[in-house]
Design a protein around this ligand. Structure first.
Ligand SMILES: *[C@@H]1O[C@H](CO)[C@@H](O)[C@H](O)[C@H]1NC(C)=O
Length: 112
């Protein structure tokens, strides 16, 4: 009888440790691709592009520099950031050059 009780306690302990480890892993894991806040990444990219436009850099140089800037973001966002810069960079530059506000730019390209 004592042994049975001990066994129950033991398995209970293992189970609760396992569950709390699972919760831990889940709260610490990076969001999956669907959870990546495109709007935040767009704001980030537009801010950088604006700065390089002020420096009178051309489109090629701007896109290249902002792609490198993406590397300061958290790992799971870097690829998406580079995709956005490659895909929307020229459009973002056009919009900023025609005096759209940075806030408006991300809305126009449907990322915010
Ligand atoms: C952009 O600027 C860089 C550096 O000034 C220059 O090397 C490059 O040829 C330019 N590219 C275009 C398309 O004008």
């Amino acid at each position: 009888m004592n042994k049975l009780l001990l066994a129950f306690l033991f398995f209970g302990l293992i189970a609760s440790v396992t569950i709390s480890m699972k919760i831990d892993v889940r709260t610490q894991s990076e969001p999956n691709l669907g959870d990546i806040p495109l709007c935040l990444i767009c704001d980030f990219a537009v801010g950088k592009i604006e700065k390089y436009l002020d420096d009178k850099a051309n489109t090629t140089v701007i896109i290249d520099k902002v792609e490198k800037d993406c590397n300061i973001l958290r790992n799971s966002w870097i690829g998406k950031c580079k995709n956005i810069v490659t895909e929307y960079g020229p459009k973002i530059i056009d919009l900023l050059e025609s005096n759209e506000s940075p806030k408006a730019v991300c809305a126009i390209i449907d990322l915010c």
